[in-house]
Ligand binder design. Structure first.
Ligand code: BTN
Length: 329
């Protein structure tokens, strides 16, 4: 039923005028009763679909939902986001995507939830996931890359979120290396990437962005570090449009990445919006701390840091944290 709903929404969206029941039946290869049942179901989910005798159906208003039919019917890609799984509530979309991966779900599968009970952040932290306002989604990939190349996929997603947000909202986010997406010095998106390797070969990668879209209240401990698109723009956005724009950007960026299996083709765009660029940064690793000037990423996604005296080090995301000298960025 979800796939039929996606197709009905897609057909209705392509038409400014009424679309006859007859035409819908033919396009979808289903009966009039089946069309009617699906239209009823969509209306029950908050879609305003006008039904006029002898003219057909017309989509009047869509709710701010990020369901499978909504996302599938809007995303303009070849393979990413064509197979969407939605649950109102899940523990973590990354955990769920990994389960689907183990069951053989195809590359490009996307899972989305309105709410996560165990949203997971990097370094074992939790990701607070209040309901109905933000995007919690995870994309499953089965790329033919070496396991050591997987961290670059996170940078790809960071770049794609920044580009997708700009396209869908007009806001222009920057990136705090390696992959926090930031507006006005505060984080709007974090990304958690996990992988499964079988006998040294990449089995799958799941990459999960959490994007703060319409949230207006943040817990005290986050309010000086986190913001949302709504707080920045002064208006709410349809989450599905942001999610679709991110997936569209990701599909294009991944294709460029796979040409060389590194970030050669994307490094310039990434460095252009890198907030740390030419800024003083503090590099923290397990047992030391040092300060230098960030000079952008190389084609492996490592941050080039220049130290007093001119020596440059390429730092790897998994091993260090980077902080601005006076603020989060
Ligand atoms: C970070 O610590 O910055 C990463 C946060 C990642 C949160 C997202 S929300 C969707 C996906 N599912 C999770 O459990 N985590 C990621």
């Amino acid at each position: 039923m979800e796939k039929t709903k996606s197709r009905i929404l897609k057909e209705l969206r392509q038409r400014d005028d009424y679309l006859s029941g007859q035409e819908l039946c033919q396009q979808l290869g289903i009966s009039r009763t089946a069309v009617w049942k699906n239209i009823k179901a969509l209306q029950g989910e908050g879609y305003e679909i006008e039904a006029v005798q002898n003219r057909g159906y017309r989509l009047r208003k869509v709710p701010d939902v990020i369901s499978a039919p909504e996302l599938e019917s809007i995303v303009n890609t070849q393979w990413v986001g064509k197979n969407v799984h939605f649950k109102y509530e899940t523990d973590s979309t990354n955990l769920w995507a990994k389960q689907l991966a183990e069951q053989g779900a195809p590359a490009g599968t996307v899972v989305v939830a309105e709410r996560q009970t165990k949203g997971r952040g990097r370094r074992g932290r939790t990701w607070v996931s209040s309901e109905g306002q933000n995007i919690y989604m995870t994309l499953l990939l089965r790329p033919e890359i070496q396991p050591q190349d997987a961290p670059m996929v996170t940078l790809l997603m960071g770049l794609s979120v920044a580009q997708g947000v700009e396209k869908a909202t007009g806001l222009c986010p920057g990136i705090k290396w390696p992959n926090d997406v930031v507006l006005d010095g505060k984080k709007i998106c974090g990304i958690l990437t996990e992988m499964s390797v079988q006998a040294e070969y990449m089995d799958y990668v799941v990459v999960g962005p959490g994007i703060n879209v319409n949230q207006t209240d943040f817990p005290q401990e986050l309010s000086d570090k986190a913001t949302s698109l709504r707080l920045q723009a002064g208006r709410a956005f349809r989450r599905v449009e942001v999610a679709a724009a991110v997936l569209e950007a990701f599909e294009k960026n991944l294709e460029i990445f796979l040409e060389t299996c590194d970030l050669t083709g994307l490094q310039e765009q990434y460095n252009h919006i890198l907030l740390n660029m030419n800024q003083e940064v503090r590099i923290l690793d397990k047992d030391s701390e040092r300060t230098g000037i960030a000079r952008g990423i190389n084609n492996r996604g490592e941050l080039l840091v220049e130290y007093p005296g001119g020596k440059t080090e390429a730092v790897f995301a998994g091993e260090v944290s980077v902080r601005g000298l006076y603020s989060y960025v």
